[in-house]
Design a protein. Structure first.
Length: 470
């Protein structure tokens, strides 16, 4: 009888099924952190340490209001929530655009789109553009990037400073569900996760920067185990976030098992959000409303903050790398628009048990989109969003037409549905002056962006993301 069982393929299928169930269930287990506790002194000491790594996780198309840590009722993100609970959460973060290449160029260079010039699909960062991976590599870090979005491929200049910059080989992953009919992007974020784990196992004894760019939230891809929230279009997005969160959990468990968690800064960020007909659109790269430009930014330190802290002052994606380089004591990027927000973290830490510092409502955040980003030539249709305190002005500038402006007050209209531009002419004029001043800024010293030729294969890969490139 035992011999018959051992010879039967059904036995091995059953065992494989059991192992799969165990692996799946382990994705949901949020383990007790192994890091020590720390506060101001440990934060200040990071700059002098020579053993601190960076795991930078970019979750493409992740709007902040779909994370439980940001107030969402659904528990879409238990692992990210835990990072926020014991780390630093920036409560209001504005991305610099609503499509990936433009936004990521600003994030990596810490400069605004109008200055770096990465506004259309053929634009690429020149070699003269200084990037954080170059700074970190010069400081002795092993640098690796693992990406699944073709907009950040090396031919667009994003590989600078990385010793390894790869798109992971796609695996055949049964059970993945993608409701969008046009999607043809092969593989899943699990491929990037496995490649990241292999990097950690291989180079974990060196000081490293590991950048992972996840895409399954963009693709609305998820597994049966993460299908917790229904089957509508919006539900599928939440399911995909939960699936991505499981991948983040797998990386964090690996850091723990390798003994790297207490010397690694883990960062969660996003390039832009997603629309679900709030303003008549689905997807992104079409507008600059709140749902597409407000994103998460979470920093988990090599030690636990008990409790974690929340920075209420509005910040921008251009602030991310100035803050991280300052945190690590690595030389800053030159000529940036973003600035280190380490002082805000320090102030928030001091506010624990006291009065939490009030947000700075004088701060201004800028976002930009050329609605004709997918065209190779022709005039621009420029959108600029100016965010200050509770207000956001969105200006649309078309050739040979006057500017059109919408003005919103988030205190009474958080969804940005009722413009008060006519009722508040002075406020509108003041913020329009800010938008005009922004558009008049000179380009960066490293000059205009490169114009690159995109092959048919690359064009097909980008169209597989759902983008129409003309």
């Amino acid at each position: 009888m035992l011999r018959r069982l051992l010879d039967s393929p059904r036995t091995y299928y059953a065992l494989a099924g059991i192992l799969l169930v165990v692996a799946v269930l382990s994705q949901f287990e949020i383990r007790t952190p192994t890091r020590p506790e720390g506060r101001q002194a440990e934060l200040a000491a990071l700059r002098a340490r020579d053993d601190v790594n960076v795991l930078f996780i970019l979750v493409d198309t992740l709007r902040s209001d779909r994370l439980h840590a940001y107030g969402y009722a659904r528990e879409t993100s238990p692992w990210m929530d835990e990072l926020a609970r014991t780390g630093v959460r920036f409560a209001r973060v504005v991305s610099q655009s609503s499509w990936t290449k433009c936004s990521m160029a600003s994030l990596w260079t810490a400069t605004y789109p109008v200055r770096n010039g990465i506004l259309r699909w053929g634009h690429a960062l020149p070699e003269e553009a200084p990037l954080p991976a170059e700074q970190l590599r010069a400081a002795g870090f092993r640098t690796a990037g693992i990406f699944r979005n073709g907009w950040v491929a090396a031919n667009f200049g994003f590989g600078q400073g990385f010793q390894d910059y790869i798109r992971p080989l796609p695996s055949v992953s049964p059970g993945k569900r993608t409701p969008r009919s046009y999607e043809r992007l092969k593989g899943t974020d699990e491929d990037a996760t496995q490649a990241g784990i292999e990097f950690l196992r291989t180079y974990g004894d060196e000081r490293f920067l590991l950048y992972l760019h996840y895409m399954d939230a963009h693709q609305y891809t998820y597994t049966e185990t993460s299908a917790l929230f229904g089957t509508s279009y919006s539900d599928a997005y939440d399911n995909a976030i939960h699936w991505t969160d499981q991948n983040i959990g797998a990386l964090l468990r690996e850091l723990d098992e390798l003994g790297l968690r207490d010397r690694t800064v883990v960062v969660i960020a996003s390039d832009h959000g997603e629309e679900f007909l709030e303003h008549g659109h689905e997807g992104h790269a079409k507008s600059l409303y709140r749902e597409v430009i407000e994103v998460p930014w979470i920093v988990s330190l090599p030690f636990r903050l008990e409790p974690g802290v929340t920075v209420e002052t509005p910040v921008e994606n251009v602030d991310i790398w100035p803050t991280l380089l300052d945190l690590l004591g690595v030389p800053a990027l030159p000529k940036t628009d973003g600035r280190s927000r380490l002082p805000l973290i320090e102030a928030a830490l001091k506010g624990v048990g006291e009065a939490v510092p009030a947000p700075d409502d004088s701060a201004i955040a800028i976002s930009q989109l050329d609605r004709r980003w997918g065209f190779t030539e022709g005039p621009s249709e420029t959108l600029v969003a100016v965010t200050q305190g509770p207000y956001r002005l969105i200006v649309t500038r078309r050739p040979d037409e006057g500017d059109q402006a919408e003005l919103f007050d988030h205190r009474v209209d958080p969804g940005e549905h009722q413009s008060i531009a006519a009722e508040q002419p002075e406020l509108r004029a003041r913020l329009q002056e800010q938008a005009a001043s922004y558009l008049a800024r000179p380009p960066l010293p490293w000059g205009a962006p490169l114009e690159v030729e995109v092959s048919d294969l690359e064009r097909g890969q980008l169209q597989a993301l759902g983008y129409v490139v003309r």
